[in-house]
Ligand binder design. Structure first.
Ligand SMILES: [Fe+2]
Length: 469
C-alpha cells in the first residue's frame, strides 16, 4: 500500500469517529479532517448579459440557481478597483427553476470602459477579469463612429432545426472578420432569435450558448419575429420602454427606441402587437417617436421586409404587403434612412426608394428611385428630410440560408426590381443565398453596410452619404 493511500484511509477512519458537528480547531484531535458544511455550490445558469446601454447607465442580468441570495454587481474603471456596488433584484419564473437577477447601474460617465463582476452570497459568479466589461454610450447627439453587429433569424442552434451548426458558422465568420477590428458598440437581433417557439429553453440553446462571449461585454438590442410564439422573450430582455435612452416612451416591452451618439434607433413589433389599425398604440407611438427625434441618422428595425423575393415573395405575401402599405409610408414621411429586416433567409437590399407600396409590376425606377447609385460603384447620396429616400436591408441569414427551388419556375428568384443587383448575387443576382451576418457602421456623414459570410469574407458592402443641409 502506498503512503498516500494509507493516509487517505486513516483520514476516513478518523472522520467516521467524529460527531456530525463543526469541530473547533483547538478541540480537533491531531491529524483529523474538518467536517464539511452541508451546502450546494454557487451556480451560474445564464449570462451575464448586458441591456439598455446609455451614456449614463446600463443593465446587467444573469441567472443563478434558486439557492443563491444577495445578488450584486461590483464595478469600476480599473480591474483592481471594482469599488462601486449595486444590489440586484431577483425574480422567479414558471419557465425554469433558476433565479433571474437584474441590476441597473446609474450615474455612469459617457464613453467610459468599466470592468464588472457579479456575485451572490456564496461566491463571485463571473467577472474580475478583462473579459467582463462594458463601455457606456456617447452623449446623445454627439457624432461618433458606431458599429453594430446585426443578426437576422439567428436562432437555429438546436438539433432538430434542420440547420445544424449554421448559426455557429455564421458567428465564427463574423468573429474572424471582427478580429481585424474588434471595436463594436452592440448587437441587434432582428427576430426569430430562437426557433421554433422562442421558449426560454430555446433561447438558452440558440442565444446564450452561442453568443455568450459577446453578450458579456456587448449590449444586445432585441426584436420580435414570428417565431417568438411564447411570451418568454418579454421576460428574457429588458428594453428602454420609458424613453430613458432617448426617444418617446413606448410603455411597452414589445417596441421601443433608443439613441446612440447621433443615431436614433426605432424597433417595431409587427408580430405580437397590433399595428394594422391606423389608431393602434404602436402606430401612434411610431409617429410620435420619429417626429420628435432630432438625431442626424434614423434607423428602423423590424422582422418583416417590405420587399422580398427569396423564400417569401412580397407581392402576394399578405403580411409583407401590409408592412409595405402601412409601415413604410410612416418611415418615409419621417426621413428614416435605413430599414433593417430579416425573416427571409437570404440577403437582399434595395435602392434608395420612396413611395413604392404596390407589387413589383408597379415599380417605376423614374418615380420611386431617389438615386441610381448602387452603393458600391458610387455611394448612395441623400439629404436630410422627409421623403428623400430609404434603403431596406433584408438579412435573415444568421442561422440558415434559403436554397433555390430550381425545379419550380414560379418560386421566388431573387429578382425584385427594387433590389440592387449584387456582384456576388445568386440566381437573378438581386440577392445572396448564403449564411452570414450584417455589420452596420456609421461615422459622421457616412453609413456603411457590410454582409459578412461564414468564412469571414465580405459578400456585399454599400455606402450611403448623408448631407444634413
Ligand atoms: Fe420570420
Amino acid at each position: 500500500m502506498t503512503r498516500s493511500r494509507r493516509l487517505f484511509l486513516k483520514a476516513l477512519s478518523l472522520e467516521a469517529a467524529l460527531p456530525a458537528m463543526v469541530v473547533a480547531d483547538h478541540d480537533r484531535p491531531q491529524g483529523s479532517v474538518p467536517v464539511a458544511p452541508m451546502e450546494t455550490g454557487a451556480s451560474l445558469r445564464r449570462g451575464p448579459y448586458l441591456q439598455c446601454q446609455g451614456p449614463d447607465r446600463i443593465v446587467i442580468r444573469w441567472r443563478s440557481d434558486q439557492s443563491s441570495t444577495n445578488g450584486l454587481v461590483r464595478y469600476g474603471t480599473g480591474l483592481d478597483k471594482l469599488d462601486q456596488v449595486v444590489v440586484a433584484t431577483s425574480s422567479r419564473s414558471e419557465n425554469h427553476d433558476g433565479l433571474d437577477w437584474h441590476a441597473q447601474l446609474l450615474g455612469l460617465r459617457p464613453e467610459t470602459h468599466y470592468f464588472y463582476a457579479i456575485e451572490n452570497s456564496k461566491a463571485i459568479l463571473a467577472g474580475f477579469d478583462e473579459e467582463h466589461f462594458f463601455v457606456t454610450a456617447p452623449e446623445v447627439g454627439k457624432p461618433r463612429s458606431a458599429r453594430f453587429w446585426v443578426l437576422g433569424d439567428c436562432g437555429t442552434n438546436r438539433v432538430n432545426s434542420g440547420n445544424p451548426g449554421k448559426s455557429l458558422s455564421a458567428r465564427n465568420g463574423f468573429r474572424k472578420y471582427r478580429s481585424q477590428n474588434p471595436n463594436l458598440d452592440g448587437m441587434i437581433l432582428l427576430g426569430d432569435n430562437a426557433y421554433s417557439h422562442g421558449t426560454d429553453a430555446q433561447y438558452q440553446s440558440a442565444i446564450f450558448q452561442v453568443y455568450q462571449d459577446e453578450l458579456k461585454n456587448l449590449t444586445v438590442w432585441p426584436c420580435i419575429g414570428n417565431h417568438e410564439l411564447t411570451d418568454d422573450y418579454l421576460e428574457i430582455f429588458t428594453v428602454p420602454g420609458k424613453g430613458e435612452i432617448g426617444g418617446v416612451a413606448s410603455n411597452s416591452k414589445n417596441y421601443y427606441s433608443w439613441d446612440f451618439a447621433n443615431i436614433h434607433f426605432t424597433v417595431l413589433d409587427l408580430w405580437k402587437s397590433e399595428w394594422r389599425n391606423d389608431l393602434a398604440a404602436q402606430i401612434e407611438w411610431l409617429k410620435a417617436d420619429l417626429s420628435k427625434t432630432r438625431q442626424q441618422w434614423k434607423v428602423a428595425i423590424n422582422h418583416f421586409p417590405p420587399y422580398c423575393d427569396g423564400k417569401y415573395e412580397s407581392d402576394n405575401n399578405g403580411f409583407l404587403v401590409e408592412v409595405r402599405q402601412k409601415i413604410l409610408p410612416i418611415l418615409e414621411d419621417h426621413g428614416v434612412d435605413l430599414f433593417l429586416t430579416g425573416h427571409d433567409h437570404t440577403y437582399q437590399r434595395s435602392f434608395l426608394l420612396d413611395g413604392h407600396y404596390g407589387p413589383r409590376s408597379t415599380f417605376d425606377p423614374q418615380k420611386h428611385m431617389k438615386s441610381n447609385a448602387d452603393g458600391v460603384a458610387e455611394p448612395i447620396v441623400k439629404k436630410s428630410g422627409a421623403r428623400l429616400g430609404l434603403v431596406t436591408v433584408v438579412t435573415g441569414t444568421a442561422g440558415a440560408e434559403q436554397p433555390a427551388d430550381l425545379a419550380n419556375p414560379l418560386s421566388p428568384q431573387l429578382n425584385h426590381p427594387a433590389m440592387v443587383k449584387l456582384a456576388k448575387g445568386d440566381q437573378s443576382m438581386r440577392g445572396i443565398r448564403r449564411i452570414g451576418t450584417f455589420l452596420l457602421e456609421i461615422s459622421g456623414e457616412k453609413l456603411t453596410g457590410t454582409q459578412i459570410d461564414d468564412r469571414g469574407e465580405i459578400l456585399d458592402r454599400f455606402t450611403m452619404i448623408k448631407h444634413w443641409s
